[in-house]
Design a protein around this ligand. Structure first.
Ligand SMILES: [Fe+2]
Length: 211
């Protein structure tokens, strides 16, 4: 998905309306998060890449995966704003309207069961990673192509799993801007509610492409 994104980067439309994720995520949070926060990462990434015509030829996956090869003076900007663009693109695409019994199926479920034992253990481990992330950051379900396994990780700020060779399947934004209007300081309530709006079909598709 991220390897189709290239300079000049543009803000992708949400695949649903701002109020589509109510009552789990309110419309105002969605609008500010997408139109202001995500848009700002894209604008700053474009600005940073303006003088670097060679880097403009790379797609977003290549930029983040090859971060060590970037000129030092723009490396951190690409980590922050390229990561911000990548992470939010994954986030929006792995959400969908609230539904009961929202569970994974197919390949992603097989991998979850073989890696974590069962869905409840996976959920508990992921929830712990998301709630223990100190300050701003993300919790991830990633695919490690070297080991051919799924793993749960967490990153700070806008660090992308791609920076360390891991491919994100599913990500949960635990920056306060993602939940504070509705949940205030109760991050755990936001995390627990998020399970109802995961687009598992999209996560499954991403995993199958990587296999
Ligand atoms: Fe965010």
């Amino acid at each position: 998905m991220l390897d189709t994104l290239t300079y000049p980067y543009t803000l992708p439309s949400l695949p649903y309306q701002f109020d589509a994720l109510e009552p789990i995520i309110d419309a105002q949070t969605m609008e500010i998060h997408h139109d202001k926060h995500h848009a700002s990462y894209i604008a700053k990434l474009n600005e940073a890449l303006k003088p670097y015509t060679d880097l403009q030829q790379k797609n977003l996956t290549e930029l983040l995966s090859g971060i060590a090869n970037l000129p030092e003076e723009i490396r951190q900007v690409v980590i922050n704003h390229g990561g911000g663009h990548a992470n939010h693109t994954i986030f929006w695409n792995t959400l969908r309207p609230n539904q009961e019994n929202n569970n994974p199926q197919g390949t992603v479920l097989d991998f979850i069961n073989s890696t974590f034992g069962d869905m409840n253990t996976f959920k508990t481990t992921f929830t712990t990673a998301a709630s223990n992330r100190f300050g701003s950051g993300w919790a991830w379900l990633i695919f490690d192509p070297e080991k051919n396994v799924l793993e749960i990780t967490s990153t700070s700020n806008q660090d992308s799993p791609l920076l360390v060779g891991q491919f994100p399947i599913l990500g949960l934004d635990v920056w306060e801007h993602a939940y504070y209007l509705k949940y205030q300081n109760h991050r755990i309530d936001y995390i627990n509610a998020w399970w109802n709006i995961i687009n598992w079909e999209e996560a499954n598709k991403t995993l199958e492409i990587l296999l």
